[in-house]
Design a protein. Structure first.
Length: 92
């Protein structure tokens, strides 16, 4: 599995494609009110104060108040509310 990921990264680099093509996660923060995540593996925890989203190598923790899942799909997640902090936790 690790070799496959490395091969994908090399192909993406050789063809100068966006990192998401290799399965990398893209996080977009809009002010302190919205987080958009592409290429996720699912929601690990969801409350109005904290959302934990799994990716291929990280767990991304969004802390705040009045948080809600504005959009949840196979490819992307949008969390909105008053965002106070974003943390990254290694899964390995």
């Amino acid at each position: 599995m690790k070799k496959l990921r490395e091969i994908r990264k090399r192909i993406v680099s050789a063809f100068e494609l966006a990192p998401e093509a290799a399965g990398s996660t893209r996080l977009t923060l809009i002010d302190n009110t919205r987080v958009c995540l592409e290429n996720h593996k699912g929601i690990a925890e969801y409350t109005q104060k904290s959302v934990r989203i799994r990716t291929h190598v990280l767990c991304i923790i969004i802390n705040g108040s009045a948080l809600c899942l504005e959009r949840f799909g196979r490819e992307n997640v949008v969390v909105s509310g008053n965002i106070h902090a974003i943390q990254f936790e290694n899964l390995r």
